[in-house]
Design a protein around this ligand. Structure first.
Ligand code: UD1
Length: 422
C-alpha cells in the first residue's frame, strides 16, 4: 500500500483547483438508474470511490463511459440486467446504498447488501428503510441483504425522517421522483450535495421543490429523461485546502471555492484569525498572525460545521494558541485521528464525543496511520508544519476522496511525495 511523506516547514503560495464533490457525484451517478436516457456528468472528481460506484452501476447493467481523463462520466441505464447490489462492492463503500431508491422506483425491486460496520461508527440503514416503506415498499432483511419490493409501484406519502440523514434524503428523493402522487420529505437533510441532486433530477424532468430546506416536496412523474449536469464544487476538499496555509503558513487561492458552501466553517476560521478573501476565481486564504487562535467546534448537519472537516480542523487546532473543544455529534467514533496526532506531539484528550485540544507550539514528524478518509488528510495537513518527516501509511483511504493530493499540495510549495508500495 502506498504511503505519503510530508516534510514540514515549507510555507505555501499558489492556487489549488477544487474538484467536483465526491459526495454529490456518488448520489448523481445512481440517478442514471431512474431513466432509460443518457445522463452526462461533467466536473466529476477522479477518485477511487467513483470507480467503485462505476463498477456497481456496471454490475447492474448500466453503461458508464469515463471520458476526458475521468472528468466526464457518460451514463446510460437503458438495458438494466440486474437489481442486486452485491456485498463485494457495497462493503467497500457505504454510498453504494444509494442505488436502493432508484432501483426500486424504476423496476419495483432491489436487493442491496447492508454496508456493514464502518470505522467511524455503526451507520445503520433504518432511516432509509422506514422512508422507503412510507412510500409503499416492502423491505425484508435476509442473509445480510435488504430485499425490497414495490409490487404496485411506489406511492407518494408524507415521509418524516427521525434524523436529517444525507443518504436517506437522497434515496427518498430519487425514489419519489417516479412514485405516484406527492411526497413530502420532512426533516430532510439540507446539504449542498442534495441541492445538486435535486437540480439534476429536475433537468431530467422531475418535479421537486424545497431542496436546501428541511421540507422537500416531490410530485411524481411517469418517466424521467436524459440530462447533462456539472457536479457542484467539493466543499470538503475546499475546506481541507483552506486549512493548508493556516497550518503551513503562506497563502492558497482555492479555485472554484464558494463561501456559501462553507459558511459555518469559514466563521470558525475567522474567529481563529484567518483571512478569507473572495476573489473572482475562488477563495484566497492566509493566516493573519503567527499562530491561529483556539476555537470551539460542534459538528452538525448542514448548514452547521461539517463532520467531514472535523479531523482537518483538529490538525489545525493542534498548534493553535489556547485550548479548543471539538464536539462530534454526527458519528460516534470519529476521533481516531487524535491518537495519531498525539504521536506527532499534539496534546489532546478525548472523552466520549468531546475532544479537548491544548495547542502546542509545534508538532514533530512521525510515522502515522490513516484510519479513515478525512483522518488521513488531517495527518497530511499536520505534517505540513511538523518538524521533520511525517509518513502517512495506508493512504488508500485518501485516494477514495482526494484526487492527486500530493500534486495539488506540491504545486503550491509543500514538500510532499508518494512512496509507491513495493
Ligand atoms: C454522508 C456523507 C458523509 C458525511 C455524512 C454526514 C456521502 C456519500 N457521504 O454520509 O461523507 O460524513 O453524510 O454529513 O454523501 N444514520 C442512522 N440510520 C440511517 C442513516 C444514518 O442512524 O438509516 C446515522 C448514521 O449512523 C450517522 C448519521 O445518521 O451517525 C449521519 O448519517 P448520514 O447523514 O446518513 O450520512 P451518510 O449519508 O452515510
Amino acid at each position: 500500500m502506498d504511503s505519503i511523506v510530508v516534510t514540514g516547514g515549507a510555507p505555501l503560495a499558489g492556487q489549488i483547483a477544487i474538484a467536483g464533490a465526491k459526495n454529490a457525484a456518488l448520489a448523481l451517478m445512481p440517478a442514471t438508474l431512474l431513466s432509460d436516457e443518457p445522463l452526462t456528468l461533467t466536473n466529476a472528481p477522479r477518485l477511487s470511490d467513483i470507480k467503485t460506484m462505476t463498477q456497481l452501476l456496471q454490475s447492474l447493467g448500466a453503461e458508464v463511459a469515463v471520458l476526458q481523463e475521468g472528468k466526464v462520466l457518460a451514463l446510460s441505464s437503458d438495458a438494466l440486467t440486474s437489481t442486486r447490489a452485491d456485498y463485494e462492492i457495497v462493503r467497500k463503500m457505504r454510498a453504494s446504498n444509494l442505488v436502493l431508491g432508484p432501483l426500486l422506483a424504476r423496476t419495483g425491486q432491489a436487493v442491496v447488501s447492508l454496508p456493514g460496520g464502518c470505522a467511524i461508527g455503526a451507520r445503520p440503514m433504518d432511516i432509509h428503510i422506514s422512508a422507503l416503506e412510507a412510500l409503499g415498499a416492502e423491505i425484508e432483511l435476509k442473509d445480510g441483504y435488504l430485499h425490497a419490493v414495490a409490487p404496485g409501484g411506489l406511492k407518494g406519502a408524507r415521509v418524516p425522517l427521525r434524523f436529517a440523514s444525507v443518504g436517506a434524503t437522497e434515496n427518498t428523493l430519487m425514489a419519489a421522483t417516479l412514485a405516484k402522487g406527492t411526497t413530502v420529505i420532512e426533516n430532510a437533510a439540507r446539504e449542498p450535495e442534495i441541492v445538486d441532486l435535486a437540480v439534476c433530477l429536475r433537468k431530467m424532468g422531475a418535479r421537486i421543490e424545497g431542496e436546501g430546506t428541511a421540507t422537500i416536496t416531490i410530485e411524481g412523474v411517469d418517466r424521467l429523461g436524459g440530462a447533462t449536469h456539472a457536479v457542484v464544487t467539493d466543499r470538503i476538499e475546499l475546506g481541507t485546502y483552506m486549512l493548508a496555509p493556516v497550518i503551513a503558513g503562506g497563502w492558497v487561492e482555492c479555485l472554484g471555492g464558494r463561501i456559501d458552501l462553507v459558511l459555518a466553517f469559514a466563521e470558525k476560521l475567522d474567529a481563529a484569525g484567518v483571512a478569507i478573501e473572495e476573489t473572482d476565481k475562488g477563495l484566497k486564504v492566509s493566516l493573519k498572525g503567527d499562530r491561529p487562535r483556539a476555537v470551539d467546534v460542534v459538528t452538525e448537519p448542514f448548514p452547521g460545521f461539517p463532520t467531514d472537516l472535523q479531523a482537518q480542523m483538529m490538525a489545525m487546532l493542534a498548534t493553535a494558541e489556547g485550548t479548543s473543544v471539538l464536539e462530534e455529534r454526527i458519528f460516534e467514533n470519529r476521533f481516531m485521528h487524535a491518537p495519531e496526532l498525539m504521536r506527532m506531539g499534539a496534546h489532546i484528550e478525548v472523552q466520549g464525543g468531546h475532544a479537548t485540544v491544548h495547542g502546542v507550539d509545534r508538532l514533530k514528524g512521525a510515522p502515522v496511520m490513516a484510519t479513515d478518509l478525512r483522518a488521513s488528510v488531517s495527518l497530511i495537513l499536520a505534517g505540513l508544519a511538523a518538524e521533520g518527516d511525517t509518513m502517512v501509511n495506508r493512504v488508500y483511504h485518501l485516494d477514495r476522496g482526494y484526487e492527486h493530493v500530493e500534486d495539488k499540495l506540491g504545486a503550491v510549495g509543500a514538500r510532499i511525495e508518494r512512496v509507491k508500495a513495493q
